[in-house]
Write a protein that binds this ligand. Structure first.
Ligand SMILES: Nc1ncnc2c1ncn2[C@@H]1O[C@H](COP(=O)(O)OP(=O)(O)OP(=O)(O)O)[C@@H](O)[C@H]1O
Ligand SMILES: [Mg+2]
Length: 259
């Protein structure tokens, strides 16, 4: 039995078909990247996995069970900057752990400090979200979700607003956490290099309605390790170019169908 399974999932908003019958199986502990043109339905698929939207038809199964409303097993980081305005930065990160009975108060404080350090917000722990920048609020959401320790992480372009170095640091850390703790990740990005670096498997989408154009098994090609050395290798570069060619082909499709 696969861990997460999309079975003939469709989604329409009125007359607009956003997801065509979509089938995908994700293994437990796998890092899957969704890569595809803007507006093709990636966020819609993520919202359905998160339980925020229902498929128009078809089913999404988690460990063989139909998905219910949002719960702690699924942690989400979305494109829009989401920090709770009524909690401080540290309060936001701790909030993700509010139901963790397996952690003592001291452990929660230590985890909060650890993830704040990771996203570079230690000095802003007691600040209010409306006093920090959008990129910083995004980092708060990332820290909160990682600290919460959900078994599946749904991340929708989480690193888009970050500078290159912090982005690289968070990519390495996310991959480390995913490997060491056996988390399953679905990650949306427009960045082919980020996709090649993070993924076990990249799913390339067509334009709307979302269908699978290609699947690239990155781990089979590059091995399971995501290191900075790998990033400089010829194999990595070749794979990145392949992904870029696939993304470009979805763009040509757009030109070909334009009136
Ligand atoms: N609530 C809604 N009502 C009507 N149409 C919607 C709704 N949500 C999404 N759509 C439409 O569905 C399509 C897919 O949207 P979605 O946000 O899933 O795309 P995306 O692949 O995440 O794009 P991007 O890469 O730009 O984030 C778009 O054409 C969008 O306008
Ligand atoms: Mg989106």
């Amino acid at each position: 039995m696969s861990y997460l399974e999309f079975r003939s999932v469709t989604k329409r908003y009125g007359p607009v078909e956003v997801v065509a019958p979509f089938d995908l199986e994700v293994a437990e502990g796998e890092f899957v990247v969704f890569l595809g043109p803007s507006g093709c339905g990636k966020t819609t698929l993520m919202r359905m996995v998160g339980g925020l939207e229902q498929p128009s038809s078809g089913r999404i199964l988690l460990r063989g069970q139909p998905l219910g409303p949002p719960d702690r097993r699924r942690g989400m980081v979305f494109q829009s900057y989401s920090a709770f305005p009524w909690l401080t930065v540290a309060g936001n990160v701790a909030y993700g752990m509010r139901y963790r009975r397996d952690l003592t108060a001291a452990e929660k404080r230590a985890r909060t400090a650890h993830f704040l350090r990771l996203v570079g917000l230690t000095d802003f722990a007691h600040q209010w979200p409306n006093r920090i920048s959008g990129g910083m609020r995004q980092r708060v959401a990332i820290a909160r979700t990682l600290a919460a320790g959900s078994e599946i992480l749904l991340m929708d372009e989480p690193f888009g607003a970050l500078d290159a170095l912090r982005r690289e640091r968070l990519q390495l850390e996310l991959r480390r956490i995913q490997r060491e703790e056996g988390r399953t990740v679905i990650f949306v990005t427009h960045d082919v290099e980020e996709a090649a670096f993070l993924a076990d498997r990249v799913i390339v989408f067509t334009r709307r309605p979302a269908r699978i154009l290609a699947e690239v098994d990155v781990t089979a090609r590059l091995g399971p390790e995501s290191t900075l050395e790998l990033r400089g290798s010829a194999e990595f570069f070749a794979l990145r170019n392949e992904l870029l060619a696939l993304v470009r082909s979805t763009d040509e499709e757009e030109e070909a169908t334009a009136p």
